[in-house]
Design a protein around this ligand. Structure first.
Ligand code: GLY
Length: 409
């Protein structure tokens, strides 16, 4: 009996040690498996987007989406907010593969809109120039690209109003925006233009860019969010006093609903603000938005949201894959800043996106990578289609995942 007890005393810790070793080797294997799935997706993306490149080269135009007849719709030449994403995807594929064909493609397609760096009539300069020239500069250190970014950043600064503390999103003297009674509309999407400004302060040492970015982020923090941490789409300000005039939507289901891509722009935007400033209030805001998105009761089990969290006919509403790709790209970065791990949710979203439900078969979907995104349902525009920015943020997420979770040796 005593012998038996003695043996047990020795064996128990050994068994524990053995199970710890087994568990960690299983975890390492599953980590390796997940990374190899991500690498497989990147390889597949390269194949599919090589086909899209042939179409783009032939037309010498930037692919944006498909029209209502299922035909290719290219960006228009007069400043299209999505024009930076296609060269941006080419930069990501250059980063993933090292193949110079993608560098050449990125340079060629971004040059098509270089002149738009001088436009001061639109806030989307950050989206357009950071995703294209910004990635180009990050990967090549080509000084000419930096100069383009500086000019675009200076154009963006002209839209800042210190009375409001924000960059104006849309001009209201023409187009559908002129019909809403707005004076100084600021949309949550505008948080995505701040990365260019933060980056410019880092590159030039001139803090004027970062100061505007911080003012914009702070004003948005104050006015754009509801008590459940969901966000309005449009806040309309009085340009003289900075008072809030209206809390509206443009692309969501209703003024008081939560447009899915808007929530995605918010979490991404505040994660970027934390990256550059290390101010914990931005981290907290990103975490609160993540909580809203991930705990939303009506979220489908595959983690790909409906186009609006409060759309009237859920579950018979279109999904918005672009909202999922922006969200997952943000979550991967956020996961590196928080003690709470978002990895299970990140894995779920990426696993879903890689299925045939969302990833197009080779040569299908007019050679875009992902299906089932939504541009704007209230405008009856781009409903259940591929979108170049869904592909862009998906590639970004895959690269960030590889970078963040690959076993270090
Ligand atoms: N900023 C435009 C959009 O998200 O549709």
């Amino acid at each position: 009996m005593q012998n038996h007890l003695y043996i047990m005393r020795i064996l128990k810790p050994l068994a524990l040690l053995l199970s710890i070793i087994l568990l960690s080797s299983c975890m390492a294997t599953s980590k390796k498996e997940k990374i190899s799935q991500v690498e497989k997706q990147l390889l597949y993306a390269e194949k599919q987007l090589s086909l899209l490149l042939v179409d783009a080269e032939k037309a010498n135009k930037i692919p944006r989406t498909l029209d209502e007849h299922g035909q290719m719709h290219f960006t228009h030449n007069n400043f299209d907010w999505t024009e930076g994403f296609y060269p941006g995807s080419s930069w990501y594929l250059y980063e993933a593969t090292g193949d110079v064909k993608w560098k050449n493609a990125a340079e060629k397609f971004q040059s098509l809109f270089e002149e738009h760096k001088n436009r001061t009539t639109n806030h989307d300069l950050g989206f357009v120039f950071n995703c294209s020239y910004g990635n180009g500069y990050r990967l090549t250190k080509n000084e000419a690209f930096k100069e383009v970014m500086i000019t675009a950043g200076n154009s963006l600064l002209t839209r800042f109003n210190p009375n409001v503390g924000c960059i104006k999103s849309w001009d209201v003297d023409n187009g559908w925006q002129a019909t809403r009674g707005w004076e100084f509309p600021v949309i949550i999407d505008n948080m995505m233009n701040l990365e260019l400004l933060f980056e410019l302060s880092k590159l030039t040492g001139d803090m004027k860019y970062q100061e505007v970015a911080i003012a914009h982020a702070d004003t948005t923090l104050k006015n754009h969010f509801r008590s459940d941490n969901s966000s309005y789409h449009v806040i309309d300000y009085d340009a003289e006093t900075g008072a809030v005039r209206n809390k509206h939507t443009a692309q969501g289901f209703a003024h008081e609903s939560s447009w899915a891509r808007g929530q995605a722009w918010g979490i991404y935007g505040y994660t970027v603000c934390y990256r550059y400033t290390k101010n914990v209030k931005y981290l907290n805001q990103a975490v609160k938005i993540a909580d809203y998105i991930l705990n939303y009761k009506g979220m489908p089990t595959d983690g790909i949201p409906y186009w609006d969290y409060n759309a009237a006919n859920i579950p018979n509403e279109p999904r918005d894959v672009s909202a999922a790709t922006v969200t997952v790209a943000a979550l991967i970065e956020l996961d590196g800043y928080t003690e709470t791990s978002y990895l299970p949710e990140i894995d779920k979203i990426l696993r879903s996106l890689a299925t045939e439900e969302y990833t197009a078969k080779l040569g299908k979907n007019k050679n875009f990578l992902l299906k089932h995104s939504v541009g704007s349902i209230p405008h009856n525009n781009e409903i259940d289609v591929p979108l170049n920015y869904a592909d862009y943020y998906y590639l970004e997420a895959l690269l960030k995942y590889e970078d963040s979770y690959s076993p270090k040796n």
